[in-house]
Write a protein that binds this ligand. Structure first.
Ligand SMILES: CC(C)(COP(=O)(O)OP(=O)(O)OC[C@H]1O[C@@H](n2cnc3c(N)ncnc32)[C@H](O)[C@@H]1OP(=O)(O)O)[C@@H](O)C(=O)NCCC(=O)NCCSC(=O)CC(=O)O
Length: 401
């Protein structure tokens, strides 16, 4: 090996120079939904008519009773009655409909993802070509090249953007993507990471079925949407503004809960199980331990009501359980409840909508005497997996329009 010139830095020095100085931060947020809005009280009529099932009057009655308990007032859906008429195979879970579903989402998911991304990039204030990394997540598809690849052309990203595609992460997908973006931004000086989550529930649309409670939850709870976040460290003043600093991120599994939520691809779209009675109990029994594990190592000793909260609204029963265990004041989960009410559970997309709603609420609170500085993002999904992220709201968050 030849001799190394004296001026050559050590690997450690090179490594340090490659890292950002400050923490990763949320720099901008964008959201989008399909145009077709279905009020929850009109959904049973829409659903039973569109699936030629109006004769199942008892089942329809049960749908109506359970729908009222989910905490959802309206949802946006890509599938319309017209689309369903063109695809009678979507009504029958025994029919081989996967290819037709994948054909539809292959175009519709990237388009919705691009709509949310364009809003985030516009708010960020720099050109799309300045995005260095792309992290995309969806449960609605299984393609390669995938949504990440399609976004290069749809957004005008540089061909050398470093892409990571996460499929099938359930409802914690948004948090997983943000956690990855935090590590990318902090470990690559100057990195600007575009996180994109997009979901269409067409993959799990099916006709009603006697005795299948999951079917009822699938059709009544989940909605379509896309969310995008620009993440970066050391914002370039005066163009960029940190909204939330991403202080720490963690993931854990709840013991013995592996069967509580499952998802898999079948010839008829998605199969799987949601143990609706057990999921709120598992989460309630474990939420405090997960929070302590995240906050204690940081020395953030705030009481639960001194924090702001961005919690994945799996359903109102889950939020109620968290409220009870943590004894939260009513407004603490208000952003989560509002998103659940206005959009339904959009899998991993939901948490991005909650962050967007939360920043609006924190600004309003700041205007009337002070909003919390520290907060927690918490999401759940198959595993049962719990993702937590500790956030610090900046002055910019409170000041920007
Ligand atoms: C499903 C619920 C709305 C039901 O609310 P309640 O428990 O208050 O309702 P309830 O006990 O009065 O029941 C209302 C009716 O539903 C029936 N019922 C309730 N649970 C049932 C079950 N598991 N199986 C069969 N029937 C059931 C009751 O018998 C009753 O029928 P009758 O009226 O005929 O007497 C709630 O339990 C809930 O929100 N659970 C959590 C949902 C969940 O797991 N979300 C996570 C989504 S997944 C996610 O977010 C992450 C991811 O996917 O990755």
């Amino acid at each position: 090996m030849g001799s190394v010139p004296a001026a050559t830095p050590s690997v450690r020095e090179i490594c340090r120079a490659q890292r950002a100085d400050g923490p990763a931060a949320v720099l901008a947020i964008g959201t989008a939904n399909p145009a077709h809005c279905v009020p929850q009280d009109e959904f049973p009529d829409f659903y039973f008519r569109a699936t030629n099932s109006d004769h199942l009057t008892a089942l329809k009655g049960k749908f109506k009773r359970v729908f009222q308990k989910l905490g959802v007032e309206r949802r946006y859906l890509h599938h319309t009655e017209e689309l369903l008429r063109a695809h009678p195979e979507f009504l029958d879970d025994e029919a081989a409909s996967l290819d037709a579903r994948l054909d539809i989402v292959a175009t519709a998911v990237p388009e919705l993802a691009a709509e949310a991304s364009k809003k985030a990039i516009a708010e960020w204030g720099r050109p799309a070509a300045d995005i260095t990394h792309l992290v995309v997540t969806t449960n609605s598809g299984a393609h390669i090249p995938g949504v990440d690849f399609r976004l290069i052309a749809l957004l005008g990203l540089r061909p050398s953007v470093r892409r990571t595609m996460l499929y099938l992460n359930g409802c914690f997908a948004g948090s997983a993507a943000l956690r990855l973006a935090k590590d990318l931004a902090e470990n690559n000086r100057g990195a600007r990471v575009l996180v994109v989550c997009a979901e269409l529930t067409l993959m799990l649309f099916n006709g009603p079925k006697e005795g299948s409670f999951e079917r009822l939850i699938h059709q009544g709870l989940f909605g379509d949407g896309a969310g995008a976040v620009v993440v970066g460290a050391d914002p370039l003043s005066p163009v960029e503004h940190a909204l939330f600093e991403m202080v720490s991120a963690a993931q854990t599994v709840i013991p013995d809960s592996g069967d509580a939520i499952t998802m898999h691809i079948t010839k008829g779209g998605f199969g799987g199980n949601i143990s609706t009675r057990e999921v709120p109990v598992f989460i309630g029994d474990n939420v405090e331990r997960c929070l302590h594990d995240s906050l204690e190592p940081l020395g953030v000793g705030a009481k639960w009501n001194d924090l702001f909260w961005a919690v994945h609204p799996g359903s109102s029963a889950i939020l109620d359980r968290i409220d009870t265990v943590l004894q939260l004041e009513p407004e603490k989960l208000a952003a989560s409840r509002r998103v659940l009410s206005d959009y339904g559970n959009m899998f991993g997309v939901t948490i991005i909508f909650v962050l967007d709603e939360l920043r609006r609420r924190l600004r309003e609170q700041e205007g009337v005497g002070g909003a919390p500085e520290w907060g927690v993002v918490m999401t759940f999904g198959p595993g049962l997996t719990v993702e937590t992220m500790v956030l610090h709201a900046t002055g910019h968050m409170h000041a920007s329009p």
